[in-house]
Design a protein around this ligand. Structure first.
Ligand SMILES: Nc1ncnc2c1ncn2[C@@H]1O[C@H](COP(=O)(O)OP(=O)(O)OP(=O)(O)O)[C@@H](O)[C@H]1O
Ligand SMILES: [Mg+2]
Length: 360
């Protein structure tokens, strides 16, 4: 069937057309929004029955079964957004391999995971799960790892927005891109939206140029919109430089939790060391000695150390042509080649930032 579906209608014209076909009158702004959904519904319905059903039928069917049709429309729209944003499913194992004592695991469990998974009890007690959180801390301490762990344990989508993605079309477009992407993110359900290197988008306006200021302003507008509209969606931002963020963002109301992710104590390091050791071909290992000698190591340093150890063992076996087991001595041989990232200065700065900014 060939039919002319009018394009570029004004909201009033959309309302008029929908009324003419279905007999139901909508406010012009709502009708304009419905127009696009009816077109999508026409496509869906045609796919279902295997022929073009035409605009009239789609319009009548949409209006008669509006609730269900809207649900279907949203499901399709979400699917498209998830594809466009490169959403990933993350397994539960990341969460399980983080030591229970590693901050902020217990905090995240109490404040974020439990209120979302024990919905009935949280509603009963009037507990509202956080919708927007910031992780801050030195590089390599596990911020991104935590965000993935949250998505994994909730079985939600993991969607990462890198500031570089927003800057692809030049800095002038960042504000508009941010608005567009956040608008899409708000429509998702069961998704963790992660903005890494968040300071690049929301730096302090006092020492910013005009363009940076407008990006920060846009971000300030987007956070409350996100919190008001989005349903089961968690916005997580991460930064190494919490003190560079605009103070207006850090005030209560915008972000529900501001969570420090810092150094590891012996127990926490031990769990991570054991995790990486379990992936090697090991012989005799004195874990306590390794724990002692890695006191300033971040998770990223530990990961790097074990990559080096694995390569070393692999090359030895190739040359020696016999089973090569990694021992404590192997690790001590490689250890001097890995410089720990945590210094007194970084730790002191982090402690100060935690005292000033943390809100949990
Ligand atoms: N608890 C953990 N167990 C095992 N590996 C971990 C753990 N935490 C982090 N890692 C690993 O350490 C590396 C660094 O972690 P991550 O990328 O999360 O740090 P980050 O704080 O986001 O760093 P940056 O500030 O540079 O973005 C990653 O490869 C991650 O997989
Ligand atoms: Mg990171």
């Amino acid at each position: 069937m060939n039919e002319n579906i009018p394009e570029n209608l004004s909201p009033e014209e959309c309302a008029g057309k929908i009324f003419e076909i279905s007999g139901v009158r909508f406010e012009p702004e709502i009708a304009a929004d419905l127009w696009e959904k009816i077109l999508q519904h026409k496509w869906l319905l045609s796919e279902k029955v295997g022929r073009d059903v035409g605009f009239r039928t789609a319009c009548i069917d949409f209006v008669e079964n509006m609730e269900q049709a809207l649900d279907e429309y949203m499901t399709y729209q979400r699917r498209d957004i998830l594809i466009e944003m490169g959403a990933q499913k993350i397994g539960r194992e990341i969460w399980d391999t983080i030591s229970d004592s590693q901050p902020p695991k217990q905090l995240v469990r109490r404040r974020i995971i439990l209120p979302l998974t024990e919905e009935h009890i949280s509603t009963k007690h009037g507990v509202t799960p956080p919708k927007s959180i910031i992780f801050f801390g030195p590089p390599g301490t596990g911020k991104t790892h935590f965000v993935k762990a949250i998505a994994g344990v909730l079985s939600w989508w993991y969607v990462e927005i890198a500031p570089s993605m927003l800057m692809e079309e030049g800095t002038e477009k960042v504000g508009a891109n941010l608005r567009r992407i956040m608008g899409k993110a708000r429509k998702l359900e069961e998704a963790v939206i992660f903005i890494d290197e968040f300071d690049e988008l929301a730096g302090c306006r006092d020492n910013a140029d005009r363009l940076d200021k407008s990006i920060t302003n846009e971000f300030l507008k987007q956070v409350p919109l996100f919190k008001n509209e989005a349903k089961k969606v968690l916005l997580v931002c991460a930064t190494n430089y919490i003190r560079q963020l605009d103070p207006a963002l850090l005030r209560p109301g915008r972000f529900d939790c501001i969570i420090p992710v810092g150094g590891l104590n012996d127990d926490e390091r031990k769990t991570i060391l054991q995790y990486y050791l379990s992936r090697l071909n090991t012989g005799e290992i004195d874990i306590e000695r390794i724990v002692k000698e890695t006191s300033r190591f971040t998770p990223a340093d530990i990961q790097y150390l074990f990559e080096q150890v694995a390569q070393f063992a692999f090359e030895h076996e190739i040359v020696e042509k016999e089973d090569h087991k990694v021992t404590t001595e192997t690790i001590f041989q490689i250890l001097p080649k890995v410089r720990p990232s945590m210094t007194d200065e970084i730790l002191e700065e982090f402690e100060r930032d935690s005292d000033t900014y943390a809100r949990v």
